[in-house]
Design a protein around this ligand. Structure first.
Ligand code: G6P
Length: 609
């Protein structure tokens, strides 16, 4: 959702900024721009389209600059045109600004600024902010930014340059992430660490309401109210090869194939077989507190919301604690009944999703304990929760989430066993469940090795289809939702997920010989019921692709295609059932010529509400 990168040092800034933008492209890719501080002042170039387009325009031009800021955009206000691309400038073209977030009161500010004679040239909310800074500018950029931000409602991560103040970048954040990369006689600014990882592994995460004045050999952090803050330098644990494609055609495919490893990382050091209890110290809860949990609410968005639904099935069945799953965006605007004994769990890969963050803050305001299940260490959600569990999936760059989803479920499995053991599960039951979780990475490896050629073949048969239906029952109903979401996101095929039995109440009207239906039909308590649902589809000439349990020969002649997965404990079966569905979405998208890692209109980290 817009990516920002900035550099001040002694090297040529352009290649550093372009490379940084490419690393951030998953955050938005409808236009991009750059501004460099050169001897004669600020030089800018911006363009609609992806970073490659900007790069082409810049090729052959000569720049000599060791300071600049750059931006890749996901449009909110104003179409993705050259003009609306960032950076934006004040009237005199002497102050340049890039922004991630939304200035909510931009209309009233615009009216005011126009009255004062400012010429507003774009349709964006962002441009208003740079004119506001101009209004306050008297030779001290930091103070002008501070004064302007005190007038602003909304969210921002910004980086600003002023022609009158060489060797300085001013950055600030509220609601949108920003990190300073600490280098040797050079410093960086970025929306996230992937943009700076090639240059430094030392990072300072800006907190809400902080302003940083960054030069090549220093950075000073203050709050909007002018309080001085001591920067806390953190070591980034991600490595550069984790953010490369490493020979895969797309990040999505790489991340699907990384799952055996990422799932191992999610459980590493956390399985205490002696006591049959997972170790999740990050929750910061004593056993007694865990025993006293009376109700759990999950709040999340997108794929993380689907993981939460799976968590609901797991926890209610094995820990016997009532669970509700809320869209984070809805939770905030309802008046949920939040009694003592209730815990809110927020689930987020990025840890920056604006709606999830807002739900977290709302619950904290109401006195609730809020825990997180997050991937990105140091993210806003990770920092603002009272405790939580990292999923340790490593950087996820493909916009469609895959490995984070399975790692979230893995962690939810651990939480389930922990809560269950605090109640009625025996040591042996705890050990058995953890044993099942421990076998999952190997089983995922087995699926990846065996089913991909078959899935690819199936994809060739259906890549011209316009609609897909996904059906599952019980704990595999959320898997049907997630399978459908993956297909929609990357291949632009309309797909819906339904509880298999609900098909009779509407979607069945859509079924004809052109409608492929993916059915998760594992050998469990609802197997026979699912076979009946399959029969209903076949009776109407629908095409059925079944995800079935290895050894199930009965299903083969009832459906058009069967993809087999190994057997595991029923509650952990989503971890296996989703793998062929991720592969199907990926291969369908590739065959349709879609841009898999950057699907149209989507962004990986949605930092606006
Ligand atoms: C966006 C992404 C999805 C993701 C959702 C929630 O919509 O495209 O892949 O599931 O945000 O993101 P989070 O980082 O909070 O899990």
């Amino acid at each position: 959702m817009c990516g920002i990168v900035g550099y001040v040092g002694s090297k040529q800034a352009l290649p550093i900024l372009i490379e940084g933008l490419k690393r951030l492209e998953y955050r938005g890719y409808d236009s991009a721009g750059i501004v460099l501080y050169e001897k004669l002042g600020l030089t800018a170039q911006k363009s609609a389209g992806k970073i490659n387009r900007l790069e082409e325009i810049l090729r052959g031009q000569h720049f000599d600059s060791s300071q600049g800021i750059a931006h890749t955009r996901w449009a909110t206000h104003g179409e993705p045109t050259d003009v609306n691309a960032h950076p934006h400038f004040d009237c005199k073209n002497e102050i340049a600004l890039v922004h991630n977030g939304i200035i909510e009161n931009y209309r009233s500010l615009k009216a005011l600024l126009e009255k004062q004679g400012h010429r507003i040239r774009t349709q964006t909310d962002t441009e208003i902010l740079v004119h506001l800074i101009e209004e306050y500018y008297e030779g001290d950029l930091t103070e002008a930014v501070r004064a302007a931000l005190s007038q602003v409602e909304g969210t921002y991560g910004i980086a600003v340059l002023a022609a009158g103040e060489p060797r300085k970048i001013v950055a600030a954040r509220k609601g949108s992430p920003l990190v300073i990369g600490h280098g040797d006689c050079e410093n960086f600014i970025a929306s996230d660490v992937s943009a700076i990882l090639a240059h430094t592994k030392r990072a300072v995460y800006l907190s809400e309401g902080e302003i940083a004045t960054v030069t090549a050999d220093n950075y000073e952090i203050t709050t909007i109210d002018k309080l001085r803050r001591n920067p806390h330098i953190e070591e980034i644990s991600w490595s550069l090869d984790q953010i490369e494609k490493s020979g895969y055609d797309h990040f999505m495919l790489k991340e699907i194939h990384e799952q055996p490893m990422t799932l191992r990382n999610a459980i590493r050091g956390r399985l205490n077989f002696d006591e049959g209890i997972p170790r999740l110290n990050g929750l910061n809860l004593q056993y007694e507190q865990l025993r006293n949990v009376e109700r759990i609410i999950f709040a999340a968005c997108g794929t993380s919301w689907h993981a939460a639904l799976i968590g609901e099935y797991m926890i209610e069945e094995f820990a016997r604690i009532p669970v509700e799953v809320e869209y984070a965006s809805e939770f905030r605007y309802r008046s949920p009944i939040l009694k003592e004994g209730t815990i809110l769990f927020v689930i987020s890969q990025s840890g920056e999703t604006a709606d999830t963050l807002a739900a977290l803050r709302e619950a904290k305001k109401k006195g609730l304990m809020v825990l997180g299940i997050c991937n990105v260490v140091g993210s806003s959600i990770a920092r603002e929760t009272d405790g939580g569990v990292y999923i340790h999936a490593g950087p996820e760059i493909g916009v469609a989430s895959t490995k984070a989803f399975t790692s979230q479920i893995m962690v939810l499995g651990l939480i389930t066993v922990l809560l269950g053991r605090m109640r009625h599960l025996s040591v042996q039951q705890g050990m058995d469940l953890m044993g099942a979780l421990e076998r999952i990475p190997e089983q995922v490896e087995h699926i990846l090795k065996n089913v991909e050629p078959q899935v690819k073949k199936i994809a060739t048969l259906y890549d011209k289809t316009n609609n897909f239906l996904y059906l599952g029952r019980g704990i595999n109903f959320p898997v049907a939702l997630e399978g459908a979401l993956k297909l929609k996101e990357v291949s632009y095929i309309h797909a819906e997920g339904y509880p298999a039995a609900e098909m009779k109440h509407g979607p069945i009207a859509l079924i004809d010989e052109k409608m492929p239906v993916v059915v998760i039909a594992l050998k469990d308590a609802v197997y026979d019921k699912v076979l009946s649902n399959i029969a209903e589809v076949k009776a109407r000439n629908g095409q059925v692709i079944a995800i079935a349990s290895e050894g199930d020969t009965e299903i083969a002649d009832k459906v058009d295609h069967v993809i087999y997965i190994p057997h595991t404990s029923r509650i952990f079966s989503p971890l296996l059932a989703i793998i062929p569905l991720q592969l199907l979405a990926y291969h369908m998208a590739v065959m349709r010529g879609c841009h898999v890692d950057q699907p149209r209109n989507l962004a990986k980290s949605v930092t606006v509400e």
